[in-house]
Design a protein around this ligand. Structure first.
Ligand code: F6P
Length: 363
C-alpha cells in the first residue's frame, strides 16, 4: 500500500503536442487511487507565486486530450538550479533555489512530483530527486533527443507538420524551377529533419550528426537539374546543421537571447552563390510545436501519464517513464539526462535515405 495522498504535476521547457494528454492521464489515474493532484503553473515558477499551485480534478482536465500547448503553462527560462537574481545596481547573480523548491512542495503537502519535460527540465527533476524529493519524469520534446526512450511524445506530430510543409514546397519549387531550402528544429539531433525529409522525399537532408560539405550538396542539386523532369530541388536543414569547415549558426531573439537560427539561410545563399540557381528559404519554426497531438502522440502521452502514476504508486522514484516498443517502462532518470540522443549513423533511417539517393551532405 502506498501512503501517497497528493501528487503534483508540472510541464517544463518548450511545449510539445501531447502535454495536456499527459496531464489528463495523470489526474484520472491518480483519482482512481483516491489521490489529490495539484498542478504547478509555468514549470516551477508557480511555487513562488500566490496562486501558482492549482487543484486539478476530473473536471479541470475534461476535453483537453487533443489540445496543443499546456493548461499549466511552461517556460524554458529561470532554471531554479541557476536562478537569476537582479540587484539594485543592475548586476545579476545566480543562486541555486532547488532546496527552496523541495521545501515549497512539502509546504503544499505534495508527496511526489510528476515532472513532464525535456533534457533541461528533467535534469532539474533529477537534481530535486537527489535532494530527496520523490520524482517520476515524463519525457517530452518534439526533438526526440532524450536518451533511454525510443520516442518522446510530440515528435511524430512535429514530423507530420514538417512533412506536410515539405510536400507543399514541391509544387511551388517545381512551378518556378527553384531550389527550396527549409530549416527545421533540431539543435544537436536531426530527428525531425531526417524523418520528415525522408518521408517528404527531400533531395538533400542536413543534420547536426553529419557535418556537411557544401560542394556535395551543390553536386546533388546540379544532378537534379540535369534531368529535364526535375528542374527543382528540396533541401531540408536541421537548425543545428553545420558545414564541416564551419560552425552552428545563431541569431538573437527580441529578448536578447541567443538561439539557433540561420542554418537554412546560409545553405540557401551558398547554393545560389555556387550554382547560380534561384533559391528561396523558409524557417518552419514554432509551427512544429503548435497544434494538437496526432493519434500516435495522444496515445503515447496518455500511456506515459498513466505509467508515471503507476511508478509513483510502486514507489519507483528517480525514474523516467520511457517507450521501449511495444511497452512503456521505467528507466533511471539519471541515465536519461546523462546525454543527448542523436541519430546513430548506422541507423536504418540514415541507410534508407542513402539507399534512396538522398544527399546527406557527406561523400
Ligand atoms: O522544443 C525544442 C526546441 O524546439 C528546439 O528545437 C529549439 O531550438 C527550441 O526549442 C526553441 O525554443 P524557444 O524558441 O521556445 O526558446
Amino acid at each position: 500500500m502506498s501512503d501517497i495522498r497528493r501528487i503534483a504535476v508540472n510541464t517544463g521547457g518548450g511545449d510539445a503536442p501531447g502535454l495536456n494528454a499527459v496531464i489528463r492521464a495523470v489526474v484520472l489515474s491518480a483519482e482512481q487511487l483516491g489521490w489529490e493532484v495539484v498542478g504547478i503553473n509555468d514549470s516551477y515558477d508557480g511555487l513562488f507565486e500566490d496562486d501558482g499551485v492549482v487543484r486539478l480534478d476530473r473536471r479541470s482536465v475534461r476535453g483537453i486530450t487533443h489540445l496543443g500547448g499546456t493548461i499549466l503553462g511552461t517556460t524554458n527560462r529561470g532554471n531554479p538550479l541557476n536562478w537569476p537574481v537582479e540587484h539594485p545596481d543592475g548586476t545579476v547573480t545566480y543562486e541555486d533555489r532547488s532546496k527552496r523548491v523541495v521545501d515549497l512542495l512539502r509546504e503544499h503537502e505534495v508527496d511526489a512530483l510528476v515532472a513532464i519535460g525535456g533534457d533541461g527540465s528533467l535534469a532539474i527533476a533529477q537534481a530535486l530527486s537527489e535532494l530527496g524529493l520523490p520524482v517520476v519524469g515524463v519525457p517530452k520534446t518534439i526533438d526526440n533527443d532524450l536518451a533511454s526512450t525510443t520516442f518522446t511524445f510530440g515528435f511524430t506530430t512535429a514530423v507530420e507538420t514538417a512533412t506536410d510543409a515539405i510536400g507543399k514546397l514541391h509544387s511551388t519549387a517545381e512551378a518556378h524551377e527553384r531550389t527550396m531550402v527549409v530549416e527545421l528544429m533540431g539543435r544537436t539531433a536531426g530527428w525531425i529533419a531526417m524523418y520528415a525529409g525522408v518521408a517528404g522525399t527531400a533531395d538533400v537532408i542536413l543534420i547536426p550528426e553529419i557535418p556537411y560539405e557544401i560542394d556535395a550538396v551543390c553536386e546533388k542539386i546540379e544532378e537534379r537539374y540535369s534531368s529535364k523532369r526535375s528542374q527543382f530541388a528540396i533541401v531540408v536543414v536541421a537548425e543545428g546543421a553545420y558545414a564541416a569547415e564551419g560552425s552552428m549558426k545563431y541569431r538573437e531573439t527580441a529578448e536578447g537571447q541567443q538561439r539557433l537560427g540561420g542554418a537554412g539561410k546560409f545553405v540557401s545563399e551558398q547554393i545560389h552563390e555556387r550554382t547560380g540557381r534561384e533559391t528561396r528559404e523558409l524557417v518552419l519554426g514554432h509551427l512544429q510545436r503548435g497544434g494538437g497531438p496526432n493519434a500516435y502522440d495522444r496515445l503515447l502521452a496518455l500511456r506515459f501519464g498513466a505509467a508515471a502514476v503507476r511508478m509513483v504508486q510502486e514507489g519507483r522514484f528517480g525514474t523516467m517513464v520511457a517507450l521501449d516498443p511495444p511497452n512503456v517502462h521505467a528507466v533511471p532518470l539519471k541515465e536519461a539526462v546523462a546525454h543527448i540522443k542523436t541519430i546513430p549513423l548506422d541507423s536504418d533511417v540514415i541507410q534508407t535515405a542513402r539507399s534512396l539517393g538522398i544527399c546527406l551532405g557527406d561523400r
